[in-house]
Design a protein around this ligand. Structure first.
Ligand code: NAD
Length: 366
């Protein structure tokens, strides 16, 4: 790497089992007095919302606990209205990428500082980007908004919050983290920090993900997996993603496939599609995933990596075909066309000049 250009962000990151208990102390240090929490329903049922309510006491003036997947524009309007009515001075997103995306959308539009408390491995807490789904378009379409002001100022990682993450969400959001590392490594805008974070991220994800899937209560595995997710988010924060992520956004926003499931289905196909352009960049990933790399043709290494990831996804019983995620075969040409016009897809290191290339990939994944 002899040239690079990237932006880094000022964030305070706290990572420790039990760190949720420190939220009040940090909020006081930041001088925040009227906070709003965005979460999804499972956070209310599972108890973490109650922990925040008792920790923040009267400083928590609003809770919006019904964030739906893929950050829907109508919900953003609702939360902005609530923020204005309650005169909040900061917003907290706790949960997966959806509540954190909601907190980012609201914080950005209302000029409020954002805190993120992730409970999945999606990595949104580290990035200056959110996706928002325009629900009144036909078909609905997810677009991304990027701005340095979107980056959460405070990120609090408490692995104990992930102990109850169900196996399928553990697996699917874990594969999302792996995909961030992979696309960061072959990104057109890769840099030394994103590359170092991505390789180390894959190492931790490879060590811990299957263990977390099989033994969700294992705090050591959960801690290592959340570290992998942090590094994957860090790598993602300073680079542009490519084909894989663009396709996952289209499948999420337009075909309503859960983000992690779209990742699990698409990742092996995207790596294979890119092989001729990206194979040497993925050798360090293959190496940390235990694939022999010495004196072996990079193309062979790349295919072994595809197989290894496909196998891991199968071991965790995730859907491996689009048909298993309720995508209709007749929708593939339309999805390919939307993806062809997607900016992230067009940032792919291997250029995509014909919509038929995408249609073929989607057919292979169907
Ligand atoms: P999600 O936030 O939609 O959550 C999925 C489900 O997990 C929800 O039902 C939620 O209630 C449940 N859940 C979360 N944590 C839990 C826990 N600890 N225990 C039990 N249930 C729990 O899913 P996600 O995959 O985390 O995030 C996907 C969204 O994030 C997508 O919209 C995606 O585009 C976005 N995303 C954005 C970025 C970014 O950088 N902006 C990065 C990754 C993902």
């Amino acid at each position: 790497m002899d040239q690079f250009h990237y932006v880094s962000y000022a964030q305070e990151v706290i990572f420790a089992p039990g760190s949720l208990a420190r939220l009040r102390e940090v909020v006081e240090r930041f001088g925040l007095q009227r906070l709003m929490l965005c979460a999804s329903h499972s956070m209310q049922v599972g108890g973490p919302v109650r922990s925040i309510e008792s920790s923040l006491g009267e400083s928590l003036v609003a809770v919006y606990d019904r964030v739906q997947p893929h950050v829907q524009d109508i919900q953003v309007e609702e939360v902005l209205a609530l923020a204005s009515e309650k005169k909040i001075d900061a917003v907290i997103g706790m949960g997966g990428g959806s509540p954190i995306g909601m907190a980012k959308a609201v914080g950005f539009q209302a000029h409020l500082p954002i805190t993120a408390i992730p409970t999945t491995y999606a990595g949104s807490e580290m990035t200056p980007v959110y996706g928002i789904t325009h629900t009144n378009e036909n078909p609905p379409r997810k677009v991304t908004v990027s701005d340095p002001k979107i980056v959460p100022k405070l990120v609090l990682y408490d692995p104990e919050l992930t102990l109850d993450l169900p196996p399928t969400l553990t697996a699917s959001t874990g594969i999302n983290a792996l995909a961030h590392c992979i696309e960061a490594l072959y990104s057109k805008t890769g840099n030394p920090i994103s590359t170092a974070a991505a390789v180390d991220g894959v190492r931790h994800i490879h060590n811990a993900l299957l263990n977390c899937y099989q033994h969700g209560e294992d705090l050591d595995a959960r801690t290592e997996m959340l570290l992998g997710a942090h590094l994957s988010g860090l790598s993602l924060a300073s680079v542009s993603m490519g084909l894989h992520h663009g396709l996952c956004h289209v499948l999420g926003g337009t075909a309503n496939v859960p983000h992690g499931i779209a990742n699990a289905i698409i990742l092996p196909h995207a790596i294979r599609f890119n092989t001729d352009v990206t194979m040497t960049q993925l050798i360090p990933v293959a190496e940390v995933m235990g694939i022999p790399v010495n004196r072996i043709n990079p193309m062979v290494i790349n295919e072994a990596l595809v197989q290894k990831i496909f196998h891991l996804i199968g071991q965790m019983n995730l859907p491996q075909r689009l048909r298993d995620a309720d995508v209709k075969e007749s929708d593939l040409p339309r999805l390919a066309q939307i993806a062809f016009e997607n900016r992230t897809v067009q940032n792919n290191p291997k250029s995509i000049t014909d919509v038929k290339q995408l249609e073929q990939l989607l057919k292979d994944a169907w």
